[in-house]
Write a protein that binds this ligand. Structure first.
Ligand code: NAP
Length: 296
């Protein structure tokens, strides 16, 4: 049996779709785990099993993982300091206790050297997985989603100005659906072992290059203004963001400037047999969403 945690989230749903459609896994071999079963009524109707999966409750999670062979642990969305790592450790320990054979975990690129403030959550989850008594694991170090731009750019497009401390650092953006395909490929295979893959788009882009492409696609001017990281933090606080969030977002730029989001296109092809979609293709499909920011 294959188990997908976080199944009601964007990546979880897309992974279920790839399991069913791309990899033709029979629905009754798939368990979708979530805190919100009502959101998965469409998959239930297709014959996918639905179970509770809240990483805050290790004992309940252990029961939910009973009989599971391959498990995808999707990192949670909690930004509360300390909470997310605890949730991930609960999931790893529950998998170990339930006798899951192979665990797949969605991490981030270079968590050991990354300047991103939440990188230790990923690094320590990876370490817990390596230390657990589980036959095998696959770490998927997912690069930044193209979809992240749907959160950060609409406001900049409205004002015509984007502030960055990322300098000439490049990001190898990859579409979330491609990452779901890669996760589904590992779930659907019977490959064991202990492996780590870094999944990213085929090309890397600076903030200026992305702004130019998005500006051309939307027909809206977008000027990138390079500022020091302290100035970026103060600007975000001035715009009403809590200090902790401002520092978190600024750490993304520091990491990008340091090359933390550079690409490694070979790994995606190794898992899926195909190239990831290009950023330009993704932009063409999503350009309308930039005009309607609430729709992502
Ligand atoms: N690489 C990137 O650029 C990037 C960007 C954004 C996020 N992420 C990470 O990738 C994950 C998946 O992305 P997404 O786009 O699918 O995020 P999303 O749509 O915001 O979904 C949030 C996910 O967190 C899960 N979750 C939250 N609290 C949980 C808990 N207590 N126990 C178990 N699961 C919990 C949700 O599961 P249910 O609702 O089904 O319970 C859901 O799968 C995110 O949670 C985040 O860790 C990566």
């Amino acid at each position: 049996m294959i188990f997908v945690t976080g199944a009601a989230g964007h990546l979880g749903r897309a992974t279920l779709n790839h399991l069913l459609t791309t990899y033709k896994v029979p629905a009754d071999k798939i368990i979708a785990g979530t805190r919100e079963p009502a959101k998965l009524a469409d998959f239930k109707a297709k014959g996918v099993h639905i179970r509770d999966a809240d990483f805050n409750d290790e004992a309940a999670l252990t029961k939910s993982f009973a009989g599971v062979t391959r498990l995808l642990i999707i990192s949670t969305s909690s930004m509360e300091p300390g909470v997310r790592l605890k949730q991930h450790l609960n999931a790893v320990h529950a998998a170990e206790k339930a006798g899951v054979k192979h665990v797949i975990y969605t991490s981030m690129p270079r968590p050991d050297t990354s300047a991103v403030l939440f990188a230790p959550d990923h690094l320590n989850t990876e370490k817990a997985l390596a230390a657990a008594k589980i036959d095998g694991y696959t770490v998927l170090r997912n690069n930044w989603y193209c979809e992240n731009l749907l959160y950060s750019l609409p406001q900049a497009l409205q004002s015509g100005t984007q502030y960055t401390a990322a300098g000439q650092g490049k990001t190898a953006y990859i579409g979330r659906d491609d990452l779901a395909r890669a996760a589904a490929s590992v779930l659907a295979s019977d490959k064991g072992g202990k492996n780590t893959y870094t999944l990213s788009g085929a090309k890397e882009y600076t903030t200026d290059e992305i702004a130019k492409l998005v500006s051309a696609a939307t027909g809206k001017p977008l000027k990138v203004i390079h500022v020091p990281v302290e100035g970026l933090i103060q600007g975000m606080i001035g715009a009403g963001l809590p200090e902790g969030m401002a520092k978190m977002f600024a750490s993304f730029d520091v990491n990008t400037a340091q090359g933390g989001l550079a690409g490694n296109p070979a790994d995606f092809k190794k898992l899926t047999g195909i190239e990831p979609h290009s950023f330009e293709d993704w932009l063409k499909k999503n350009v309308a969403v930039f005009a309607a920011p609430a729709a992502h």
